[in-house]
Design a protein around this ligand. Structure first.
Ligand SMILES: [Zn+2]
Ligand SMILES: [Zn+2]
Length: 313
C-alpha cells in the first residue's frame, strides 16, 4: 500500500487543483449562495482583482462555472454553476461544517447554522455509504494494496507539488477569514498526504518518510504544523534516542468524511466513474460510494433547499 499512489489514483489531486485553496472555496461558497457577478464576488471574498480573475478562469476551464451574458450593451458576464460545479456543493457543506465544529473563531465569519427547507430543520450534512446508508467512518473502510506503479505515480505527485506553494494561514485583518483552516489543510498537498497516511494507520516518522517519499525537512515542518493545529497529537514511544508517534486527534479524524466526499466527486466528475482503485465498506462489504444527505430527512442537500443563518445560538 502506498499513499502517493492512492491519492493519484483517486484523482484527489485533480479535485484539489480545482477546489483545494482557500480562495476557490470562498468563491464557491458565494456562488452557492447565489452570488454571480465579478464585483459582488470580489466584495464578498475580499480577493484581489487578479486573484479572483485567475480563480474564475480556472473554474471556467475546469467546467465548474460557465459564463453567461447578462447585459448585451456592456458585454457583461455572470458566472453560473455547471452540473459538475453543483456536484461540489456537498464538499463545500462539509468544509463549512468542519470549520464551524473545530475552529473557535469561525462563528464570527461563517453562518452559524444551515437550514434545510426540505424538512424544515437545521441541516446537518452527513457522508453516508450509498449502499447501506451508514455514516462513513475511518474504521469501516478497507483500503486496497496499491504497491505497484509507484515510480510513475510518485513522479506525478511530485511534479504537481512543485506547482503549488504552501499558503500561510495568517492573513491581514481585512480579508474574509472563513475556511482558512480547512483549506490550509486540504489545499496543501503534503499536509493532505500526511493526513491520508494517518487514515491508513501510519504513525511513525520513518513510516511517513517511507510511504510518502518526502524530504525530511518538509515532513518535519508539516508534522509540526499538523500538531500545532490539533489534527495530529505527538506521543513519545522511545527516550533514547527520542522517537515520536503522530496519531490523529478527533479533529483530524473528522476530516475523513470530507476527504471521502472530495474523492467521490473526483471519481464521478473527473474519472467519469472509473476509479482506478476500490475501497470497500466493511459494514456492507460493498465498494464504497459516498453520498451526502441531511441527517434529518435523508435527502441530498442542494443549494436551492439550503439557507444560511447568521443568528446567535
Ligand atoms: Zn455500506
Ligand atoms: Zn432535511
Amino acid at each position: 500500500m502506498n499513499v502517493n499512489s492512492l491519492i493519484v489514483n483517486t484523482s484527489m489531486a485533480d479535485a484539489l487543483d480545482v477546489i483545494g485553496d482557500r480562495w476557490s472555496l470562498l468563491v464557491l461558497r458565494d456562488v452557492f449562495l447565489g452570488v454571480r457577478r465579478f464585483e459582488q464576488l470580489r466584495k464578498n471574498t475580499g480577493a484581489s482583482r487578479a486573484t479572483l480573475t485567475r480563480r474564475l478562469e480556472s473554474f471556467v476551464l475546469n467546467d465548474i462555472l460557465y459564463k453567461c451574458l447578462y447585459s448585451t450593451t456592456g458585454k457583461r458576464f455572470e458566472y453560473r454553476l455547471t452540473e459538475k460545479g453543483l456536484g461540489l456543493f456537498s464538499a463545500s457543506l462539509l468544509s463549512w461544517q468542519w470549520e464551524c465544529l473545530w475552529v473557535e473563531h469561525a462563528n464570527n465569519v461563517l453562518p452559524k447554522r444551515l437550514f434545510h427547507s426540505s424538512c424544515n430543520y437545521e441541516l446537518t450534512p452527513v457522508a453516508v455509504c450509498q449502499h447501506c446508508k451508514k455514516n462513513v467512518e475511518i474504521s469501516d473502510v478497507e483500503w486496497p494494496d496499491l504497491s505497484q506503479h509507484l515510480d510513475l505515480q510518485f513522479q506525478e505527485i511530485t511534479a504537481k507539488n512543485k506547482q503549488r506553494r504552501v499558503r500561510s494561514s495568517v492573513r491581514s485583518g481585512l480579508e474574509d477569514l472563513s475556511l482558512v483552516h480547512v483549506s490550509s489543510l486540504i489545499g496543501d498537498r503534503w499536509s493532505l498526504l500526511i493526513i491520508i497516511a494517518s487514515f491508513l494507520g501510519v504513525d511513525r516518522y520513518d513510516a511517513f518518510q517511507k510511504q510518502l517519499s518526502i524530504a525530511s525537512n518538509i515532513l518535519t515542518g508539516r508534522l509540526n504544523l499538523l500538531v500545532e493545529v490539533g489534527v495530529l497529537k505527538r506521543f513519545s514511544y522511545q527516550d533514547n534516542p527520542p522517537r515520536n508517534e503522530y496519531r490523529l486527534t478527533e479533529k483530524g479524524k473528522s476530516l475523513f468524511p470530507l476527504v471521502m466526499v472530495m474523492r467521490q466527486w473526483a471519481i464521478d466528475w473527473v474519472l467519469k466513474g472509473n476509479a482506478a482503485e476500490v475501497l470497500t465498506h466493511k459494514c456492507c462489504n460493498q465498494p464504497l460510494v459516498v453520498d451526502v444527505q441531511c441527517q434529518c430527512c435523508k435527502q441530498k442537500p442542494w443549494p436551492r433547499d439550503v439557507q444560511f443563518q447568521h443568528f446567535d445560538a
